[in-house]
Design a protein around this ligand. Structure first.
Ligand code: CO8
Length: 377
C-alpha cells in the first residue's frame, strides 16, 4: 500500500509493564528444581530406560542463544513454583473487567494521553494478540466500554505479527474515512501459553501490553507524530511455530496438559527460514516506496532473538549495526509476541529528528511478516 492523501499518523503509544521480573537465574533455579523433582518421582522408569531424565537448563545457554536476560510477568509465584510451573490467576466474575481488558485499558490510556485524546475520541478498537482470554464477547468490545470509546471493536490474531497486521487495518480505516481515530492494543499474556516445563522454550516469553493511536494528520495534536508512509503484510503457512489449543480440544478428549496445547516450535528452522524472508520483505516494501534500506534511520524489529535481528540488519544494510540502528528490548522484556516491535518503537524514538524514517517490522508464527514504514513529522 503506497502513501497517499490524506496523511495518517501514529500520534501516541502506550505500554503496560507487569509488576514482577523473573531473572534468568530465578527461572533456571525453578526449572532445575522441577527437573530434579520429576527425575526423583520417575527414578525407576528412568533407570529401566522407559523414560528420559530431564536435563538442567542454563543461564549461559539462554543468554548466548537468545539475548534474553529477564522477563516481566503478571504472576511470578505460580511460574516459579516447581510443583506448578505456570501462572496463577484468580478467576473474575462476568461483572468484573477481565485481566486482558484491564492491561489493555492501562496501555491505551497512556497512548491516549500522549496523543492528547480521550476514550471518547476513539471510534474503533482493534485488540490484536497471539492469544485471547476467551472466545466471546470480543475483548475489544470490553476495552471499548472500559475507555468510553464509540464506534466498534473487534479481536484479531496473527500471532507475533498481530500488531503490525492491526496497524494496516487501522491505517486503511482512517485513510478511507470509515474511522476517525483507531486504537490498536496488543495485550500479550504469554505466560499462560508458555510451557515453562520445557527447557527448550521456557526462557522465551514475557507478559506486556502495547497500545497505538492512529488518526489523520489533520486531527492530530500530540507533540510526537509519525506519518505512516506505507504498510505491507505477508503470510506463508508453516507448522514450525504452533499451538493446537482450541475450542475442539474437549471434543477430541484431549488431556489439557498435552504438550501440543501450549507453544512449541522448531527454533532452528524458524531462525533459518524467517531471517531471509523478513529481510527480503522489508527491502521489497521500501523499494515500492522508492526508499533504500540504508536510508532508514532506525529499525524497530520483532524481538524474538538477538542474533536473528543482527542477521536481518546485516542482510539489509550489509554491515553489523548497533543498537542505534536496531534497538533491542528483548534483553529486558524477552519475546512479548506481537508487542515486541511496538515496545522498541515506544522506547526508542525520542532521539529521532523531523524527516527521519524507520521501519517497524514483526515476524513470527504463521509464518507472518508485517512492516510499517514511518516518518517523523
Ligand atoms: N539450557 C541448556 N541447554 C539447552 C536449553 C536450555 N534452556 N534449551 C535447549 N538446550 C540445548 C538443546 O537441547 C540442544 O542440545 P543438543 O545440541 O545436545 O541437541 C542445544 O542446547 C541447542 O539447542 P537449539 O538448537 O534449540 O538452540 P538454538 O541455538 O537454536 O536456540 C532458540 C534456540 C533460542 C529458540 C533459537 O532457535 C531461536 O530463537 N529461534 C527463533 C525462534 C523464533 O523467532 N520464534 C518465534 C516464535 S514467537 C511467535 O511467533 C509468536 C508465537 C505466539 C506466542 C504465543 C505466546 C506463548
Amino acid at each position: 500500500m503506497q502513501a497517499s492523501f490524506p496523511a495518517v499518523v501514529i500520534s501516541g503509544t502506550g505500554l503496560y509493564r507487569p509488576p514482577h521480573v523473573i531473572t534468568n537465574a530465578e527461572l533456571v533455579e525453578a526449572f532445575n528444581a522441577y527437573a530434579d523433582l520429576q527425575n526423583a518421582e520417575h527414578a525407576e522408569a528412568i533407570a529401566a530406560g522407559e523414560r528420559t531424565a530431564l536435563t538442567h537448563s542454563s543461564v549461559e545457554f539462554i543468554e548466548k542463544a537468545s539475548g534474553i536476560k529477564q522477563r516481566y510477568v503478571i504472576d511470578k509465584a505460580g511460574v516459579l513454583d516447581p510443583t506448578r510451573m505456570y501462572p496463577r490467576f484468580t478467576p473474575r466474575g462476568d461483572d468484573q473487567i477481565s485481566l486482558m481488558a484491564e492491561i489493555a485499558a492501562d496501555a491505551a490510556r497512556k497512548a491516549l494521553e500522549q496523543a492528547g485524546k480521550t476514550g471518547a475520541d476513539i471510534d474503533a478498537v482493534l485488540c490484536s494478540s497471539a492469544n485471547m482470554q476467551r472466545a466471546y464477547p470480543a475483548m475489544a468490545v470490553e476495552i471499548q466500554q472500559a475507555l468510553g470509546a464509540g464506534g466498534y471493536g473487534f479481536d484479531m490474531n496473527v500471532a507475533c505479527s498481530s500488531a503490525t497486521f492491526a496497524l494496516e487495518q487501522a491505517v486503511n480505516a482512517v485513510r478511507s474515512g470509515a474511522s476517525k481515530c483507531v486504537l490498536v492494543v496488543n495485550p500479550e499474556i504469554t505466560s499462560a501459553h508458555l510451557e515453562w516445563r520445557d527447557r527448550d522454550c521456557h526462557f522465551i516469553f514475557g507478559d506486556v501490553c502495547t497500545a497505538v493511536i492512529i488518526e489523520r494528520a489533520e486531527t492530530a495534536t500530540g507533540a510526537d507524530q509519525w506519518e505512516i508512509l506505507g504498510t505491507q503484510l505477508a503470510t506463508q503457512f508453516s507448522s514450525n511455530i504452533r499451538n493446537n489449543f482450541g475450542f475442539m480440544n474437549r471434543a477430541e478428549d484431549r488431556d489439557p496438559s498435552d504438550r501440543d496445547l501450549t507453544f512449541y516450535q522448531e527454533g532452528r528452522k524458524v531462525f533459518k527460514e524467517v531471517v531471509p524472508m523478513a529481510a527480503a520483505h522489508i527491502e521489497a516494501h521500501l523499494g515500492k516506496l522508492g526508499l533504500a534500506p540504508a536510508q532508514m534511520r532506525r529499525y524497530w524489529l520483532h524481538q524474538a532473538n538477538q542474533g536473528m535481528n543482527q542477521l536481518v540488519i546485516k542482510k539489509l544494510v550489509g554491515a553489523d549495526a548497533g543498537s542505534d540502528v536496531a534497538p533491542l528490548i528483548l534483553d529486558e522484556y524477552a519475546n512479548t509476541a506481537s508487542a515486541g516491535s511496538i515496545i522498541a518503537f515506544h522506547q526508542h524514538r525520542a532521539d529521532l529528528a523531523a524527516g527521519d524514517t524507520g521501519v517497524i517490522c514483526s515476524f513470527g508464527a504463521g509464518y507472518s511478516i508485517g512492516s510499517v514504514v514511518v516518518k517523523k513529522r
